[in-house]
Design a protein. Structure first.
Length: 181
């Protein structure tokens, strides 16, 4: 069983067959999403929430559920359906950070560009991860273009400045990194 509560037990139809889904509070949906432990459960829960019209109850939780289950492509698809908000930028950062940790710099840049194309505004946590990925790609031009996007958007913070210098140093362009600020 995924979720057992004193007044409610909600288990998607794919785990057992029922004709109706009992009413439950949004907090029960959030708990269900947090307790999911496998991709099969996640897909089933998401499908049942969608079919029952409850997917909009916690769309950010759906993204988090997929990230927690190690399914970044599913998380990305769910994230692309959300409207940009400061809280949900966290999940873009989580996907980008995960790709950095898995040493997938090209995927990091893909996520970053996708994020921008969909109208999401990167925050101060986004850029250090993206710049770290740029440091792993042997192209100063790529890192410089990401950095220029950052500078045009807002004032760089200390973490961003250190990330710029680190990325530039890793591609042998430390003097250019020092000149950017």
């Amino acid at each position: 069983m995924l979720l057992s509560r004193p007044h409610h037990t909600f288990i998607p139809n794919c785990f057992f067959s029922t004709e109706t889904t009992p009413p439950f509070a949004p907090s029960a949906i959030a708990n269900l999403l947090r307790q999911c432990s496998s991709l099969a459960e996640a897909k089933c829960i998401h499908q049942q929430l969608t079919v029952s019209g409850l997917a909009s109850a916690d769309p950010v939780g759906v993204v988090g559920m997929y990230v927690a289950c190690g399914a970044p492509s599913h998380a990305l698809r769910a994230l692309e359906r959300l409207h940009p908000s400061p809280f949900s930028v966290y999940w873009w950062n989580a996907l980008i950070r995960r790709s950095v940790r898995l040493a997938l710099p090209d995927h990091v840049l893909h996520l970053y560009l996708r994020m921008q194309r969909l109208g999401w505004r990167p925050d101060g946590y986004t850029f250090p991860f993206v710049l770290k990925a740029c440091g792993e790609i042997p192209s100063f031009r790529v890192g410089a273009s990401v950095h220029n996007m950052r500078v045009c958007g807002s004032e760089p913070n200390v973490v961003t400045l250190v990330s710029v210098l680190s990325a530039c140093a890793s591609v042998g362009a430390l003097p250019q990194g020092k000149e950017t600020h």
